[in-house]
Design a protein around this ligand. Structure first.
Ligand code: NAD
Length: 487
């Protein structure tokens, strides 16, 4: 299978290559096959992107918001028409099963383009009466925004950052993860096909050094990163040097609390979605599943049964609902954590192996894994694993579980399953997390703000909230009479 793009980068409305850049091999994780070879950006490529974005941005910001929105909506329609091809590419890039990518990736990107395309014309300022004099405010574009992506949702991340940035009148330079460089190029192509002027959405490939070079440039006004906490700390520090705006969508170790009155099938479904979707490579996963003692045995028995029925295999087969890890490196990291969990005394209830599937012997598969009898101090309960490893912990009462759930440096997400809605709201109100669910898990519609607190991040993506992170307020005082000066 080949997925070689026309060139590595997309700058100023066209594909650009510079073979002097370090090679990036794009490996299909199900087979280990190299499906494309790209090159990281050289300083000349980075310069070209920065110059193009800077030049294009002012005219774009001066356009009527409804015109900008129309282009985004047209791009969304093209993405929907090409959903199948884009989903196949997403599967090649990430290894996620086609069953998933057909409904979760280009479609989610299209929703972001539709949402911001439709709402941007309604973003207005305030009129502030001051007794004769008055003031008003307006929201202005920031300028050039840099987006840096993780590898788990390459199309979605490219759109979640690109759509609000462009809607607000900014230019975007997007650097995909070096592990999944392909999908963002399609997003750029489609935006330009929809009428986006050249220079406004550029894709520049590279490793961390290319990201750092972009952020450090004085022409850049904002950076939005999706990545790990250690990378977030580096990126935020670099941005602080130039007092640039930041959005940080980082890692997590989120609690999912199941009370004994919960609909147990729904709770198990939520826990499975929150640990096994995308082979567990989702930042908001509820990887610490706290189950109230009275239902523990029943919960674990049914969870093991449902986990055994999952279909792992060829990601291109639409009957398959569980694919490989994104890379051999990620597979090795997750297998290390499984060994750590066993060594710490956690009880393996399901999975724990890296199977060699017939025809996919070189694939980075890990069987969906469940550990029971996990305690709060174990490393598997404290550190982000970013793979299909569910930790089940027991608890007795509400106050205890809230304290334990909050005892983490992370604060991305949290979930509660219970039939008692008063308790659900009371518990959610006390959990330290930016994105929460009651009797659901991991749904992230574009209409709802998404993001983390504590070490999991700064700022919010999606919904109206993201507009505040891609624009800034200008206040204007208007004097209607003379100036009363004491001199
Ligand atoms: P990562 O931190 O290794 O890399 C993220 C991106 O940052 C990559 O594009 C990488 O090239 C770039 N980068 C690395 N060093 C850099 C530097 N010094 N300067 C600028 N850019 C640099 O993360 P990953 O392994 O690609 O993704 C997994 C992590 O992302 C997990 O921790 C996961 O929780 C997190 N994540 C968070 C969200 C969210 O929305 N909160 C979503 C998906 C993934």
């Amino acid at each position: 299978m080949r997925a070689q793009p026309k060139a590595s980068h997309f700058i100023n409305g066209e594909y650009v290559e510079d073979t002097a850049g370090r090679v990036i091999e794009c490996i299909y994780p199900a087979t280990g096959e190299v499906v494309a070879r790209l090159h990281a950006a050289t300083p000349a490529v980075v310069e070209r992107a920065l110059a193009a974005a800077r030049v294009a941005q002012a005219d774009w910001a001066a356009r009527k918001p409804v015109e900008r929105g129309r282009i985004l909506q047209r791009a969304a329609a093209i993405m929907r028409e090409r959903n199948h091809a884009l989903s196949v590419l997403e599967t090649l890039d990430t290894g996620k099963p086609l069953q998933e990518t057909l409904v979760a990736d280009a479609t989610s990107g299209a929703e972001a383009l539709e949402f911001y395309g439709g709402m941007i014309a309604s973003v207005t300022g305030d009129y502030i009466p001051l007794g004769g004099d008055f003031a008003y405010t307006m929201r202005e574009a920031l300028g050039v925004c840099v987006g840096i992506g993780a590898w788990n949702y390459p199309t979605q991340i490219a759109c979640w950052k690109g759509a609000p940035a462009l809607a607000c009148g900014n230019a975007m330079i997007f650097k995909p993860s070096e592990t999944t460089p392909l999908c963002a190029l399609q997003v750029a192509e489609i935006l330009h096909e929809a009428g986006l002027p050249a220079g406004l959405y550029n894709v520049v490939q590279g490793y961390g050094d290319v990201g750092a070079a972009l952020i450090s440039d004085a022409r850049v006004d904002k950076v939005s990163l999706t990545g790990s906490v250690p990378t977030g700390q580096k990126v935020a520090a670099l941005a602080a040097g130039g007092m640039k705006h930041v959005t940080m969508e980082l890692g997590g170790k989120s609690p999912l609390i199941v009370f004994d009155d919960a609909d147990i099938e729904a709770a198990i479904g939520g826990a499975m979605l929150g640990n096994f979707y995308s082979a567990g490579q989702v930042c908001s996963n509820g990887t610490r599943v706290y189950v109230q003692a009275g239902i523990k045995q029943k919960f674990l028995a049914r969870l093991a049964e449902r986990t055994a029925a999952m279909i792992m295999g060829d990601p291109m087969d639409e009957a398959v609902n569980f694919g490989p890890m994104v890379s051999a490196a990620q597979q090795a990291k997750v297998m290390d954590y499984i060994a750590i969990g066993k060594g710490e005394g956690a009880r393996l209830v399901a999975g724990g192996t890296a199977p060699k599937l017939p025809g996919f012997e070189a694939g980075c598969f890990i069987a969906p894994t469940v550990f029971a009898d996990v305690t709060d101090t174990m490393r598997i309960a404290r550190e982000e694993i970013f793979g299909p490893v569910m930790c089940v912990l027991d608890f007795e009462d509400e106050a205890e579980v809230i304290a334990r759930a909050n005892d983490t440096e992370f604060g991305l997400s949290a979930g509660v399953f219970t039939a008692d809605l008063t308790r659900a709201h009371r518990v959610i109100g006390q959990l330290e997390a930016g994105t929460c669910w009651i009797n659901a898990y991991n749904l992230a519609p574009v209409e709802m703000p998404f993001g983390g607190s504590k070490m999991s991040g700064v700022g919010r993506e999606n919904a109206r909230a993201a507009i505040e992170h891609y624009s800034q307020v200008k206040s204007v005082y208007v004097g209607m009479g003379g100036v009363d000066a004491p001199w």
